[in-house]
Design a protein around this ligand. Structure first.
Ligand SMILES: Cc1ncc(COP(=O)(O)O)c(C=O)c1O
Length: 398
């Protein structure tokens, strides 16, 4: 049983698998390095993503290897010495680490917005922290730890009064493919996505939307396959940010997986995952040794701890006894845990997909109910030494 979809989705749709096999049976060449009709699917994939996010220009969809690369390109390419950034306790390390590095190099100041015990932030807290030199707001749309979705439309609307002076970056790694994202209502300047999670594509493909009025300093420069006479990086987007041979197979996987998602409809995916998480959480809530951090959510995530047990032990038991794949720990999002619990080892995360069956959920719930009855025995197993939990308060700039 696979309950680790928030890390990477499984299974991929049959159309995606078939397209990858077919790709190797044809002479496809290298996009923009050879002239083939097939390279057109790259632009068509940009169009599909632009429609999915409701942004106007497909050329402003840039392909990268994943969200981590997208976020690094945006954060490092946009921020300048003396800038102030506002971000949240729910961020992934792919936002935290580039920011902390820039801060260490004495370039930028950061304000961290706290969240509640389910990972929800207050948009008004962002507004309260705006300063004269604030240039970028970064918000994780959906928490990979709790499944909590933030009200990014409200944040986008609140930022309108700054007339474009403050740019808005939304990390949609967990939400793209799970819920509708309509940028005509959000007004984000950047949307960073990854292909291998809910978008159901292959690992190694991701990208971002960039507001056509913004120019980033490209993180890497080099061959673009065209305009070879220019000795400087071309200015035109997406070429400006896409040096090097592209992950054409990854892009092809998105070409097909997005059609598949559209055929299911995002509304249906969202409502099914809300039902599944609600059912799961309702059952776990009755167990006295369980502490649950997720509320009903469209990301399919249920996170919890069992009193007195290191979370990785639970994942280990689930794997050994049910052959169930789950994830335990801090989930690359160290700060959010400070607001959820006091366990320095993080929490257990079970993450479902549209394909997760009710039978599978019942099997896990039945198992966890039995575990709840036997907690006293398991608690007796010697626990490792306690580590200190990362805290946003220690890296604050206030
Ligand atoms: C919220 C969030 N942001 C960014 C990332 C990074 O994604 P990737 O590893 O595909 O770069 C993840 C992946 O876990 C995530 O959940």
């Amino acid at each position: 049983m696979y309950f680790d979809n928030a890390a990477t989705s499984y299974p991929k749709p049959q159309v995606v698998k078939q397209a990858v096999i077919d790709f190797f049976n044809e002479e496809n060449g290298s996009f923009q390095r050879t002239d083939t009709e097939n390279s057109d699917f790259i632009f068509k994939t940009r169009e599909k993503i632009a429609r999915l996010l409701n942004v106007e220009s497909p050329s402003n969809i840039v392909f990268t290897s994943n969200s981590t690369e997208s976020l690094n390109m945006i954060i490092q390419g946009f921020l300048k010495k003396g800038n102030h950034v506002i971000t949240t306790a729910t961020e992934h390390n792919s936002v935290i680490r580039p920011l902390i590095r820039l801060r260490k190099e004495k370039m930028i100041k950061i304000s961290w917005i706290e969240c509640n015990r389910n990972g929800l932030i207050k948009p008004s807290d962002i507004m309260k922290n705006i300063r004269d030199n604030t240039t970028l707001i970064i918000v994780n749309h959906g928490s990979n730890v709790t499944g909590q979705v933030q009200d990014i439309e409200q944040i986008g609307n609140m930022l309108k009064k700054y007339g474009g002076k403050i740019k808005f970056l939304v990390d949609i790694s967990q939400t793209a493919g799970h819920i509708k994202i309509d940028n005509s209502k959000i007004g984000a300047d950047f949307l960073a996505f990854t292909g291998h999670k809910a978008l159901l594509g292959l690992p190694g493909i991701g990208g971002f939307y960039i507001n056509p009025e913004i120019d980033l300093t490209p993180l890497k420069v080099g061959g673009t396959g065209v305009l070879s006479e220019l000795l400087e990086q071309p200015k035109a987007v997406p070429l400006r940010y896409e040096s090097g041979t592209m992950n054409t197979i990854g892009i092809l996987s998105l070409y097909h997986s997005i059609d598949y998602l559209n055929s299911l409809t995002l509304d249906k995916i969202e409502s099914q995952l809300k039902q599944k998480t609600k059912y799961f959480i309702d059952r776990l809530s009755k167990l006295d040794n369980f502490e649950i951090y997720s509320l009903e959510n469209p990301l399919g995530i249920v996170s919890f701890n069992v009193k007195g047990i290191v979370p990785s032990r639970i994942s280990h038991f689930l794997l050994k006894d049910l052959n169930l794949k789950s994830r335990s720990g801090l989930h690359c999002a160290p700060f959010i845990h400070e607001f959820l619990h006091k366990n320095p080892f993080g929490c257990v995360r079970l993450s479902m997909s549209y394909d997760t069956t009710n039978d599978e959920i019942d099997t896990v719930c039945n198992y966890l109910e039995r575990l709840n009855e036997n907690v006293a025995v398991i608690q007796n197993i010697k626990l490792p030494k306690i580590y200190e939990m990362p805290s946003i308060r220690k890296v604050e700039d206030r």
